[in-house]
Design a protein around this ligand. Sequence first.
Ligand code: SF4
Ligand code: SF4
Length: 290
Amino acid sequence: MLEIRFHGRGGQGAVTSAEMIALAAIAEGKYAQAFPSFGPERRGAPVLAFVRVSEDKPIKIRAGITKPDMVVVMDPSLARITDVTAGLKDDGTVVINTKRSAGEIQAVFGGKWPVVTVNASAIARELLGVNIVNTTMLGAMLRALPVVKTDSLEGPLNHRFGARARSNYQAALRAFKEAAVKEKSATPEKPKMQFTPERVLTWKEMLPGCAVTEPGSTAQYSTGDWRSQRPVWNHDLCIKCGICYLVCPQECISQDEQKWFGANLYHCYGCGTCSTECPTRAISMVEEGE
Ligand code: SF4
Ligand code: SF4
């Protein structure tokens, strides 16, 4: 049985990716299951999705995947805030959406696993018109591990995307072709990046009904880590009406000494509400860099 874990952000379609693979496997006569694990249910928050595929035996286990054969990372910024390789088998593979080369990423992971890289964001923007990489990443993951045939994706994609299925399938094929593979190192080193920085407890680690022992500690939570896009203010267009301040669900917008509005990026989770509601279009949402 193969077990695959997708790391994405709310709104990026990691759950759909998992479903597409499972449906394609079932269409090939295999056994499969796919299900998500949501953290905070907000756009931009980290999300996990799991797929199991078995050639010939029904799958009875229903738990989340802790020892995957492959991890698929849809947003490279997730690797800074979560250990995307947690539990990855020694013969596992990392597939990641990134502008960086496979060699660079392999070095980041210490050469312990083969790495497959693809600039899925660029492909998705070009072929789909949006930076939603779920279907594009399917091509890269099938390049790394042929869990199903690429042809088998067509049926599930047609069913799910209708008129947009063709472009999504083309995006997957393009990623399959453009994915770069770097084999694992013969002499693995320690990872060069600290993937799990010191942090306060996550909601999953807290006991239900926990007590707040230190008033004001909520402010320590870096909800900015959920963000894949950030708001940028254009003072030439801003009329200082304060609507952005009023609508921000995080209450993280304030005024500076010149009365210009701006966000505290430690807490801004990039929902885009301020940008949508600004009457003069003074706020643009720009992608976070890697
Ligand atoms: S809503 Fe737009 S125009 Fe109004 S203060 Fe905010 S940025 Fe300026
Ligand atoms: S409304 Fe704007 S500033 Fe507030 S969390 Fe959303 S994107 Fe960030």
